[in-house]
Design a protein around this ligand. Structure first.
Ligand code: NAG
Ligand code: NAG
Ligand code: NAG
Ligand code: NAG
Length: 333
């Protein structure tokens, strides 16, 4: 243990006498902070972060020791963030989402050509997992930027491109973050949040380029593409009706872009997640559903790196867990 840390411990003592700061916890913190390469503004911030981490560690211990829980939680890149910070930095801004949901509702009724509500009438398999068919790209990391919407949309287009053209290519989330903007007629707001359907509309006109040619930097920059021939173009997409059977049916055709309430997902590690407050769902995150298992649990690809969850994935309990049936989108041509 270096002197720096030792000093922190001594200084921390009076602040959190109620917390039992064991050597074990300190070692856990040291291991975590070196793995996560944390740089803090100053010693005060560091002490604060340690306290938050210790509190999270305590929650993890309590949660995981209860055999009734169907999922486990663990430390990860969010473990020194408070709930408020996690909501602020990682998820989409609530007022923006609420506003957009209203807007999109209107758009859907204005234009029932591309955006009509229609279930694909496929037979529903007992289970499906598009990862096993090689139709899903690697898990990405959005960083401290509420750009989940661009990852959800890119993931949707990547899988559709694979299914229809047999080519698995990573598309550019950064292009969406930089170009699906008010100046181009969209209400998406870069790192504050945005809307997958607007990405499809944009890409249908301009084309989405590859991740390799327009890499992700986790901040919003000036749009760096011109012209209307930049790559893959979706032609048609639909909104999926909000029942389990409709989502399952859609998943038999391809992965689906879904909106969820991820307020409580921060420390998820593994198992069947059912930790959302079902009587207070607030859609604040966009992800990609890639299948369901025989028990009806949804298999969902997130954009918080492979160190989060089950190698970057989460399994959600059946039905409308975390609002997963609320607002879903699929490319059909
Ligand atoms: C687990 O669930 C059972 C049955 O609902 C309950 O009696 C028990 O107190 C629970 N255990 C814990 C540790 O919460
Ligand atoms: C869930 O949300 C409801 C409605 O906002 C609230 O009354 C309740 O306290 C919440 N439950 C938990 C466990 O947070
Ligand atoms: C999910 O919905 C099905 C059919 O509507 C129902 O039978 C089942 O009990 C529900 N499961 C949960 C966990 O709510
Ligand atoms: C599902 O969609 C119907 C309209 O098709 C709507 O009336 C209902 O409130 C929606 N339910 C949920 C849980 O979003």
């Amino acid at each position: 243990m270096n002197r720096f840390i030792l000093l922190s411990i001594i200084m921390l003592m009076p602040i959190c006498l109620t917390q039992d700061i064991s050597v074990e916890k300190l070692l856990a913190y040291n291991r975590w902070s070196s793995q996560n390469q944390r740089v803090y503004l100053n010693e005060d911030e560091k002490l604060f972060r340690q306290m938050v981490f210790f509190e999270n560690l305590q929650k993890i211990k309590e949660h995981n020791s209860n055999p009734n829980n169907t999922y486990s939680i663990d430390v990860n890149q969010f473990s020194d963030m408070t709930q408020e910070e996690f909501t602020e930095k990682i998820l989409m801004k609530q007022d923006l989402v609420d506003h957009q949901i209203k807007d999109i509702g209107q758009q859907a009724t204005n234009n029932n050509d591309n955006k009509e509500m229609k279930a694909s009438n496929l037979a529903i398999a007992a289970s499906i997992d598009w990862r096993t068919k090689g139709a899903v790209t690697t898990v990405k990391n959005q960083g401290s930027c509420g750009s989940c919407w661009s990852f959800s949309a890119a993931g949707l287009m990547e899988s559709f491109n694979f299914i229809s053209n047999k080519a698995l290519v990573d598309f550019s989330e950064q292009q969406l973050v930089d170009c699906v903007i008010p100046a181009n007629g969209y209400s998406s707001q870069g790192c504050n949040g945005g809307w997958p359907v607007q990405c499809l509309d944009y890409a249908s006109k301009v084309g989405i380029t590859t991740l390799q040619s327009y890499p992700y930097v986790a901040i919003q920059k000036k749009c760096a593409v011109t012209g209307t021939n930049n790559g893959f173009k979706p032609k048609k997409w639909i909104q999926i009706p909000n029942t389990s059977n409709d989502l399952k049916s859609a998943l038999n055709f391809s992965p689906v872009s879904v909106l969820v309430d991820a307020s409580t997902w921060g420390q998820y590690k593994s198992g069947i997640y059912n930790g959302c407050n079902q009587s207070n769902i607030r859609l604040n995150h966009a992800v990609l559903a890639v299948g369901y298992d025989q028990q009806g649990n949804w298999i969902v690809k997130n954009s918080w790196s492979t160190s989060w969850g089950e190698n970057g994935y989460i399994r959600l309990a059946p039905n409308n867990t975390c609002g997963i049936l609320s607002y879903n989108l699929q490319v059909t041509a």
